[in-house]
Design a protein around this ligand. Structure first.
Ligand SMILES: [Zn+2]
Ligand SMILES: [Zn+2]
Length: 457
């Protein structure tokens, strides 16, 4: 890549302006003690930025798949130990939890970064492009940080260094969660946020709020998008096995054709969202991504297997969809003399940003990113296991743009694409956003000001 440093310099100039503008217009509910820390946070963030860029490039060049983040987490753990944090390793297999206890009393807040890469072969021409290859699902594939988790890990390491530098003035405790396997553990393994929680990531000390970010292509570098309420969908796996009775293709009446039954089920399932759910309440998606049955043109098979995904933004609607899928598939199968086994595996929950917490912390994001750089973004049907933390404590997950200015935003390769490109100009605002969110939250008192758990829990 070229021009990286130039972009970084531009971004630095921009956030300095943003910071000065923020000083002029804000203050608000944040106590003076916290405001006194703001310039120090920014000074330390600027000082650590070269390291953040170097860490990010190193992670990018050495990506590791879910539950295999041993090199990455080793670097993270060594860094946190060097900063004097309490460090726990091997959490959820390869995760790292770092605890920074401030010199003044106060609440506990968690910050989270995910560390895993994807089985995607990098097609971006960068000097630090990944040439790592591995075997995945029996296939020889490349490994790439195609979702930008290299940026997340480097950013949170930078935040740890910034906050460790002001430890004496820090009014409370910060828990750093470096999490493996956000993209989902390999088949047959567990992992990710639910296992981090099961293994005590949110206990001892127990945070009362959590913040996390995700870099996204398709909007300009350094811009922040937030969304109160349901930001990202729940994501559940669907498997349907239709069992009929095989026969000669010329003699269908001698069997029960599972291919025709499966076809009716495919169409039946598509009428659930379009005809049965309240379209004004929340969107939902049912997609069947595979359909497998039969081996020969004139042989009716015994069975057909279909795999799919279910996305929803409301917990009650999510459970209602599951019930309707079972009823639809089983009733259609029964009408033909076949059976349908419906298996639904619960995946990620709804990524739900506590509205009161968003309202409380929005001035922080605006101050950090600068005038005109923070906007209300749309919800997305993609999913995140950050949702697991938010089922325990209120949290905010927000997006940071990484597509270079002046580029056609709509044409930018999406996250997970082999051509996904993340502009490093987003790193400073990422470090500053999480550092300022943590300090402002700790300074604002315990989480008595956030709302009750959302209805979907
Ligand atoms: Zn991803
Ligand atoms: Zn991701």
């Amino acid at each position: 890549m070229d021009g990286g440093t130039g972009r970084l310099r531009g971004a630095r100039g921009r956030w300095l302006l943003g910071f000065l503008a923020g000083l002029a217009v804000t203050g608000g509910a944040v106590p003076a003690a916290a405001q006194g820390l703001w310039p120090e946070i920014d000074r330390r963030a600027a000082a650590v930025m070269d390291s953040v860029v170097a860490w990010r490039r190193d992670f990018h060049q050495h990506p590791e798949l879910s539950n295999r983040e041993t090199r990455t987490s080793g670097i993270v753990a060594a860094h946190l130990r060097r900063l004097g944090l309490e460090v726990r390793t091997g959490v959820a297999h390869t995760g790292v939890v770092g605890v920074l206890r401030g010199g003044r009393p106060g609440p506990v807040v968690a910050l989270r970064a995910d560390m895993d890469a994807l089985p995607v072969t990098e097609a971006v021409d960068l000097p630090f492009a990944s040439h790592v290859r591995t075997t995945y699902n029996g296939l020889d594939v490349g490994v790439m940080h195609a979702c930008g988790h290299d940026m997340h890990t480097a950013i949170l390491m930078g935040v740890a260094e910034v906050l460790a530098g002001i430890r004496a003035q820090l009014p409370g405790t910060v828990v750093f969660l470096f999490q493996p396997a956000e993209e989902g553990p390999p088949p047959g393994e567990d992992g990710g946020a639910p296992v981090m929680i099961r293994e005590g990531a949110l206990d001892n000390p127990a945070p009362s709020a959590i913040f996390g970010l995700h870099v996204f292509s398709g909007f300009a570098v350094g811009h922040i998008q937030y969304h109160p309420g349901a930001l990202m969908a729940s994501s559940d796996n669907l498997r349907i096995v239709v069992r009929g009775r095989g026969s000669h293709g010329a003699l269908p009446w001698r069997g029960v054709d599972p291919i025709v039954v499966a076809s009716q089920i495919v169409l039946g399932l598509q009428s659930i969202v379009s005809r049965q759910l309240d379209a004004t309440l929340a969107p939902a998606v049912i997609t069947l991504g595979t359909i497998h049955g039969g081996v020969r043109f004139n042989v009716i098979p015994d069975s057909v297997e279909m795999l799919g995904t279910i996305r929803a933004f409301d917990q009650a609607m999510r459970m209602d969809i599951h019930e309707r899928i079972r009823r639809t598939a089983q009733s259609i199968a029964q009408s033909a003399g076949a059976t349908a086994d419906v298996q639904i595996d619960l995946g990620n929950g709804v990524t739900y940003n506590d509205p009161a917490l968003v309202e409380r912390m929005l001035p922080t994001l605006r101050r950090v990113a600068g005038e005109g750089m923070v906007s209300l973004g749309p919800a997305t049907t993609t999913a995140e296991d950050f949702s697991a933390y938010q089922q325990r404590i209120p949290g905010i997950f927000f997006f940071v743009g990484v597509t270079p200015e002046g580029q056609d935003m709509a044409a930018a390769p999406a996250n997970h694409s082999p051509r996904f490109f993340a502009d490093e100009g987003a790193l400073p605002v990422g470090v500053r956003a999480l550092a300022h969110l943590a300090v402002d939250y700790l300074s604002g008192g315990p989480a008595g000001q956030v709302s009750a758990p959302p209805p979907h829990r």
